[in-house]
Design a protein around this ligand. Structure first.
Ligand code: FE
Ligand code: FE
Ligand code: ZN
Length: 278
């Protein structure tokens, strides 16, 4: 089995997200640690977080996958943007400790012309300055589509970041199916081959979460436009094969598909139905 859910808004607090996902029929969810575009962070109330924690264990949820802000860029050529990103990361990780044992996923960054090697260096440097031995959160690098100057468009780049981080046991990877497809990995035609590459280069033990999206573009397009399950170029049959693959069992699967509530409820039910007869 897998845990399935989607992105939720934190507007009504933490416990409310848990109840909402129970209503949606899911067993995990993602949320932005702060406004994804503006970067503002809301105060977290201890009672609210504790109530969510209790609900998660009562309902046997999988691990959650919080998402860092899109404005956070740890490898921008602009030192101010970099410093601002590092400040966000630090504060987000402090906040994550209120909900111990969850995942914090972020886009590694865009090197904005500095070159990928400098990007990798700066991302790792930032991580080395915020990861601590006693933290309970796992920090996930997301596989990226390779749009613009994004770092993390192939497994080697993620591996290179991991190699430069000291506290490697705090690090994992979030595999975004749309991004990885757009980056040129054919998860529809050669899923086993892609998984083998991932395992050889990064190691499947690092894989902690899946962003489960179809893509509006063909494999290798480097575009990053998510599509509803089955309505994109990856297609429903390949999405199904992916979810049922032994390599991904027990992981949290997060839908980031272009949907309203009804659409997510439907997709969650669809994914769950794949596991009914096995
Ligand atoms: Fe993302
Ligand atoms: Fe994603
Ligand atoms: Zn994306």
């Amino acid at each position: 089995m897998i845990y399935i859910g989607c992105h939720l808004s934190v507007t009504n607090g933490y416990e409310a997200m848990g109840h909402q996902m129970v209503d949606f029929g899911g067993s995990t969810f993602a949320y932005f640690t702060r406004n994804p575009r503006g970067g503002k962070s809301k105060e977290v109330k201890t009672e609210d977080v504790n109530a969510l924690n209790q609900l998660l264990s009562e309902k046997n949820f999988g691990t959650l996958v919080a998402h860092g802000s899109y404005t956070m860029n740890l490898c921008s050529a602009n030192p101010e943007t970099r410093a601002n990103g590092l400040d966000m990361l630090k504060k987000d990780l402090e906040k994550m400790e209120l909900l111990p044992g969850q995942n914090y996923n972020f886009h590694p960054g865009s090197h904005t012309g500095q070159g990928v090697d400098v990007g990798i260096e700066q991302i790792a440097e930032s991580l080395n300055s915020v990861l601590t031995p006693d933290m309970k959160t796992t920090v996930l690098l997301e596989t990226m589509a390779g749009k613009g100057s994004e770092v993390g468009k192939n497994f080697e780049e993620l591996r290179a970041i991991i190699d430069k981080v000291e506290l490697k046991d705090k690090l994992g990877v979030c595999f975004d199916t749309c991004h990885t497809w757009d980056a040129g990995y054919d998860i529809a035609g050669d899923l086993d081959g892609v998984i083998e590459q991932f395992d050889n280069i990064i190691g499947l033990d690092r894989l902690k979460a899946i962003h489960f999206n179809d893509s509006k573009n063909p494999c290798g397009a480097a575009k990053d436009r998510h599509e509803k399950l089955g309505e994109g170029f990856i297609g429903m049959e390949a999405m199904r094969r992916f979810a049922l693959h032994p390599a991904f069992q027990d992981l949290p699967f997060i839908l980031e598909t272009p949907n309203d509530d009804e659409g997510y409820i439907k997709e969650i039910a669809t994914v769950k139905s794949w596991f009914d007869n096995i």
